[in-house]
Design a protein around this ligand. Structure first.
Ligand SMILES: Nc1ncnc2c1ncn2[C@@H]1O[C@H](COP(=O)(O)OP(=O)(O)OP(=O)(O)O)[C@@H](O)[C@H]1O
Ligand SMILES: [Mg+2]
Length: 522
């Protein structure tokens, strides 16, 4: 970017500016974004806010040698450069590609460096394919032209994701790179910083420091609005050794660093906690990552993770506390885990409160009230105020799904008080990444063929479930991980038997194993 930016200059004031519609006339096809009719620069993208779009246009206007000059009759250059290119693709190209593999490519659509149009459209918003080696958007009508003599062309399957492509800074900045979960996941992976080393995104006040806050991290709205909020990261030294032991760490058994926030869960929780003062209730079928989201947030915030599992056997006395007698102390109140966590800085995950007996719900209900007071009836109605840094969240399987045996309907009064988040499955590209990362921990790299197989089988199993042909089970991330890990040791049919089929009624198991056989390598 130039040092002196004249904010008065903007491509929209230049005769060469084409709106998305007008660019069709100029380029025969459209990227769906406004374009520079002279140089072919992409000047925005669908869904960008006016501020973001204006930033891109001010940038190009200030760096343009022909700003304000009359519109040429035809585009001078169709560069459409939006990316710096994928370094892996460039390195391969420099090493030299087999001539036969190069000559076979007569159009970008046959090249392994080409990113499919639908992936670019869904991940970046431009309705066109992209060359990962050259970093250019390539309109369909230009694919043959671009491939002719291209030194990077190499025969192979086109890419189904833009992952790993670095956008030019002007686009990166404008997009904030948060609007697409796939893109933002790969970016954060690339710029990984340990939470306890994260430099702050806004000033830390003396008051913050006094309450243990070491830094703040920005949490932008993943849906691309300009909204953002902040979550604190605590200083692990602020805690006692026992509390510190409960702070999730990178490489712990649960690997909180590998959690992929594909639905903007961090933003939702951050808004609920810090802006609205509400309690997030995470809903979803088994194994969709409800509990792990809260652990991941504790990891990012460097806070102890207090998880309280509620079961049908949970008694209020265990949860809240009870009167005890000791010869020396006499009668005294021994606090349960809930009030102890309530008074400390922590992420407090109350797991499956809707399977507990009604008294347990009643004990929990006031915690979600505006007053955020815990009333301990067992100790003469003692009131405990919540610690300002105790972040409460619930994780639950919904009672409307008959698979969730034991889950009870939640009363209107409770539904009213909660901030509801239903967790769906991640986009396939991220589901693959979750699986790939998990089996890597076993020291095994899962090849694309096997991943394709697991994803195709999952699609069919999920259809069987939707159609009611497989009614007792769900097929979210946990079973996908389970079966993938087993695939290292067993043939597909055996792996799916161990993961699920041997539990099922024989005819249902057969239907499922037929699906597996249809996709397993022969
Ligand atoms: N988004 C994700 N990123 C990485 N791993 C995930 C993700 N979602 C789920 N998993 C993995 O799937 C498994 C199940 O996740 P988790 O225990 O959080 O599910 P849950 O929704 O709480 O399920 P349940 O309803 O059975 O309690 C974990 O091993 C977790 O690591
Ligand atoms: Mg759970």
């Amino acid at each position: 970017m130039s040092d002196t930016v004249d904010t008065g200059k903007n491509c929209q004031k230049c005769p060469a500016f084409c709106t998305a519609e007008a660019s069709i006339g100029k380029f025969k096809k459209s990227t769906g974004a406004p374009m520079c009719g002279r140089f072919g620069h992409v000047l925005g993208k669908p869904g960008l806010t006016n501020t973001q779009q204006a930033k891109i246009q001010t940038h190009f206007a200030n760096n343009c040698e022909a700003y304000g000059q009359p519109m040429p009759d035809f585009p001078v250059r169709q560069q459409m450069e939006v990316a710096l290119g994928d370094t892996a693709a460039l390195t391969r190209a420099e090493e030299g590609i087999d001539a036969a593999k190069q000559n076979a490519v007569t159009t970008c659509a046959m090249c392994k460096n080409f990113v499919r149009d639908d992936a670019v459209a869904s991940e970046l918003g431009w309705t066109t394919g992209m060359c990962a080696a050259k970093g250019k958007l390539i309109l369909t009508n230009r694919q043959v032209h671009e491939a002719r003599g291209c030194r990077y062309r190499e025969f192979g399957q086109v890419r189904n994701t833009t992952a790993g492509i670095h956008l030019l800074p002007v686009y990166e900045e404008a997009f904030n790179l948060t609007s697409n979960p796939i893109v933002s996941y790969f970016k954060s992976k690339e710029h990984f910083v340990e939470p306890h080393e994260y430099p702050t995104d806004k000033p830390v006040t003396d008051e913050d420091r006094a309450s243990g806050i070491r830094a703040w991290f920005r949490v932008p709205d993943p849906s691309g609005s300009d909204n953002e909020t902040f979550l604190p990261t605590y200083d692990p030294d602020f805690f006692t050794p026992e509390e510190r032991g409960k702070i999730p760490r990178t490489n712990d058994d649960e690997h909180p660093e590998l959690y992929v926030d594909h639905f903007g869960g961090t933003y939702l929780a951050a808004v609920a906690w810090t802006e609205l003062d509400e309690t997030p209730a995470l809903w979803g079928e088994a194994g969709t990552g409800k509990t792990e989201l809260l652990r991941h947030l504790a990891w990012r915030m460097c806070l102890p993770f207090e998880r309280i599992n509620i079961t049908a056997q949970t008694e209020v006395d265990d949860l809240v506390g009870k009167m005890l007698f000791d010869k020396e102390k006499g009668t005294y109140f021994s606090y349960g885990r809930l009030p102890l966590a309530w008074e400390k800085p922590c992420v407090l995950c109350v797991d499956e409160p809707n399977v507990g007996p009604p008294e347990v719900w009643q004990a929990i209900r006031p915690l979600t009230d505006n007053s955020k007071q815990m009333v301990i009836d067992q100790n003469a109605g003692e009131r405990k105020a919540r610690n300002a840094d105790c972040y409460l969240g619930f994780a639950m399987n919904p009672a409307w799904d008959p698979k969730n045996i034991g889950a009870l309907p939640v009363s209107d009064a409770d539904v009213n008080r909660l901030f509801h988040v239903h967790i769906e499955l991640p986009p396939p590209e991220l589901e693959r990444e979750i699986i790939r990362n998990r089996v890597l921990l076993d020291g095994w790299e899962m090849d694309d063929d096997r991943l394709d197989m697991v994803m195709k089988i999952a699609e069919e199993i999920r259809n069987l479930i939707k159609e009611g042909l497989l009614s007792q089970v769900s097929w979210a991330i946990r079973p996908q991980i389970k079966v993938s890990r087993a695939l290292r040791w067993f043939e597909p049919v055996t792996a799916y038997r161990r993961a699920i089929a041997d539990f099922l009624e024989p005819t249902v198991a057969d239907a499922l194993l037929d699906v597996v056989r249809a996709h397993a390598p022969q």
